[in-house]
Design a protein around this ligand. Structure first.
Ligand code: ATP
Ligand code: MG
Ligand code: MG
Length: 366
């Protein structure tokens, strides 16, 4: 049976492994955390990402992919040339570093928010003016779920934020008055064939994704623009495998790329239950060179994240399980405030029913 290696063993690896199995594909995950979600449904190599024996095991797989971008580039370098690594280390090196990523997006001809790369204190002078006077200072590395970012409205706040973030390399971005946030995944085969996922609309709460909805309520032409940007990035970056773009949509309809994830994305989880191919199967197919065409839910679908609350309050599972069209997906993680513990997908026959049920579902999830 074909075997797929996965760097990282979190919930994305769990769901990749669950999607691979019915295709006759086994998975092996390299993940140092003994409690990582994927341990329950994949072979778990519990070791540092650079462990030579574990990398030898992955090199014996048919292909290697990743579910987590903060894998050391050295781990990918140790695999390249021995096994197809998709996406490759050159792409990972960009997408794990905000400043390099934004520069590479611009080089691909794709619009981003105005930004200034901050490498040292000297770069702070005039930076806020250059991005429009209001912004977000974000660490270039390791940020997720809005961690490592500070809103800034004055030069003094920029300096204080840089100090509070530890004076590490950052990006100062202009604050974008977006109308909505959308995302779209693209897959590209080694032969250069491109396929797209659905356009999904996202809302955030406290910097963390709260809901995703398909179809997005975006104006005519938005999906075509998003696909054009995704194709440009996939081709310019030499993608093999799958990546997801997050966009801001401006009031005039223009799309700016916020960031790129070199993998399946939280906003694509709704594809598990919409009746079409899931993003997880799409990544498995793209990475192993199995046939893949555009994928999207066949029905209106939404997702709500379950995020660990400060008071340890559980969602109302009985209410959720008896609401028509819901399915839970739990990650077997110890609850902690602000930690993603699972999600609930919701499917409905038409958008009106979806939105009515989504309001009820959201009321059941603290
Ligand atoms: P994740 O990787 O979990 O998506 P992250 O920590 O990398 O999150 P971003 O995606 O950069 O963070 O930002 C999180 C959210 O904060 C965005 O989806 C958006 O809602 C808001 N945000 C980020 N940058 C800007 C900006 N320049 N202008 C306005 N809002 C922003
Ligand atoms: Mg991010
Ligand atoms: Mg983001």
């Amino acid at each position: 049976a074909p075997t797929l290696g996965i760097l990282g063993g979190g919930q994305l690896a769990q769901m990749l492994a669950l999607a691979a199995l019915p295709l006759g594909v086994r998975t092996v995950v390299l993940e140092p955390d003994p409690q990582a979600p994927a341990r329950l449904c994949a072979e778990h190599l519990q070791a540092p990402y650079t462990d030579p024996a574990s990398l030898d095991r992955l090199a014996g797989c048919d292909a290697v992919t990743l579910e987590f971008e903060n894998v050391p580039v050295a781990a990918l370098a140790a695999l390249e040339g021995r096994v197809p690594v998709r996406p490759g280390g050159h792409l990972l090196a960009r997408s794990k570093h905000r400043a390099r990523e934004k520069e590479a997006l611009r080089a691909a001809g794709v619009a981003t928010a105005p930004f200034v790369a901050i490498e040292s204190g000297a770069d702070l002078a005039g930076a806020l003016d250059a991005v429009g006077g209001r912004g977000l200072l974000k660490t270039s590395e390791l940020g997720y779920d809005g961690k490592g970012q500070v809103r800034v409205n004055s030069d003094a706040e920029v300096r204080a934020a840089w100090d509070s973030l530890g004076r590490v390399p950052c990006v100062l971005e202009g604050l974008i008055p977006f109308r909505r946030e959308v995302s779209l995944a693209v897959a590209r085969s080694a032969a250069g064939e491109v396929a797209f996922g659905p356009l999904v609309e996202n809302t955030h709460r406290a910097g963390i994704l709260r809901t995703s909805v398909f179809p997005a309520a975006a104006p005519e032409g938005t999906e075509a623009r998003a696909r054009e940007a995704a194709r440009a990035v996939a081709e310019a970056w030499g993608l093999e495998g799958l990546l997801t773009l997050e966009f801001f949509q401006l009031p005039g309809g223009e799309l700016l790329v916020n960031e790129v994830a070199p993998r399946v994305h939280n906003s694509g989880h709704l594809t598990q239950d919409g009746g079409g191919l899931s993003q997880f199967e799409a990544q498995v197919r793209a990475v192993l060179g199995l046939p893949l065409t555009d994928w999207a839910p066949l029905h209106p679908t939404a997702m709500v994240n379950i995020v660990g609350p400060a008071d340890g309050q559980e969602p109302d599972w009985t209410g959720i399980d008896t609401l028509p069209g819901t399915r839970r997906h739990l990650y077997h993680k110890a609850p902690r405030p602000g930690r993603k513990l699972g999600h609930v997908n919701l499917v409905a026959p038409d958008p009106e029913t979806l939105h009515a049920r989504l309001a009820r579902l959201e009321a059941l999830i603290p």
